[in-house]
Design a protein around this ligand. Structure first.
Ligand code: SF4
Length: 309
């Protein structure tokens, strides 16, 4: 994966080791165990038309671009993210996605992810308009890190489109946060503007060694997010991806932190703690230490045993 860090994050990184670790490469990316995958979620296998992944019965994931305003070194899709040319999506591709969605009556949700869909604002607006016309699609979700990586570049036309689409469909806007240092004045300003569009704001995070594997850091992050009107939704165990293993936190430590958070945080500030199974079967919730259980293995959606790595 190429290296790209916005000016906004470069400035923040001067003072924040947590930002430096997320966006500036380390030699550890070249260390790779034989267990690691390049596509742990089996997304390639589930690509139905260019840019569209259909893995779960009710929702599809759309990759409008493989570009981001900064590349996170721990990205699960690092096999393809930053290959901007490969990820170019045309209006005809959006047409093929729309036809596919119409052909699947069980779908009710479209998730825009990537890469970052906010790197191609005009294409995002065009696809929002086209997907919103499909009657069975009731929910639109947009996943982005632009409010963190370059808040001042947030596109005003996208805000207008969100306001408009929100009148027809329910729009969820999911922002990727890892550390309270990301909650700068500029980022908070974007959150406030986004709230006015009527979209429901969620956050997603990943446990990252040396960045947020601490009770204190996550307690502050989730408390501040919920105060700002962003509901913490998921915190993932870092996927077993080639070049990313140095970020993985031992599951025992994650459970200890999550158990302490559950004791002290309000329910609306507490996200699901999830393992995305390395066989693409789905997102398995991790239990807390209020129960006795075997932390060396878990079952996937099909009941198959998976050994913890
Ligand atoms: S913003 Fe998302 S898609 Fe882009 S590099 Fe970071 S994690 Fe990957």
């Amino acid at each position: 994966m190429l290296v790209k860090v916005s000016n906004h994050l470069t400035k923040l990184a001067e003072k924040s080791p947590a930002i430096r670790k997320q966006f500036f490469p380390s030699e550890k990316e070249n260390e790779c165990s034989r267990r690691a995958f390049s596509d742990p979620l089996l997304e390639e296998k589930n690509k139905k038309v260019k840019g569209l992944i259909h893995k779960y019965p009710k929702r599809v994931l759309v990759e409008l671009s493989l570009d981001c305003l900064s590349f996170c070194r721990f990205c699960t899709r690092r096999r393809e993210v930053s290959d901007v040319k490969k990820g170019i999506i045309s209006s005809a591709d959006i047409g093929r996605m729309t036809s596919y969605i119409k052909s699947q009556p069980g779908l009710n949700e479209v998730i825009f992810s990537g890469g970052d869909p906010l790197t191609v604002p005009e294409l995002l607006i065009d696809s929002l308009n086209r997907f919103a016309k499909v009657p069975q699609i009731k929910i639109i979700r947009i996943h982005t890190r632009v409010p963190v990586s370059n808040p001042e570049s947030f596109n005003k036309n996208v805000l207008k489109a969100l306001e408009r689409i929100n009148k027809q469909k329910t729009v969820y806007f999911s922002i990727h946060f890892e550390h309270p240092d990301e909650l700068t004045e500029e980022t908070i300003k974007v959150i406030k503007v986004l709230r006015k569009t009527g979209a429901i704001l969620l956050s997603q995070s990943v446990f990252l060694k040396g960045v947020n594997d601490s009770y204190k850091v996550l307690e502050e992050l989730f408390t501040r997010l919920v105060e700002l009107g962003v509901r913490p939704y998921y915190i993932y165990h870092c996927d077993l991806v080639k070049g990313v293993e140095h970020f993985i936190v031992p599951i025992e430590k994650e459970i200890e932190i999550m158990t302490k958070l559950r004791k002290n945080l309000s329910g609306i500030a507490y996200p699901f703690h999830i393992i995305d199974t390395p066989n693409g079967s789905g997102k398995i919730p991790v239990p807390l230490d209020f129960w006795k259980f075997d932390k060396t293995k878990f079952k996937d959606f099909d009941g198959k045993n998976i050994r913890m790595y």
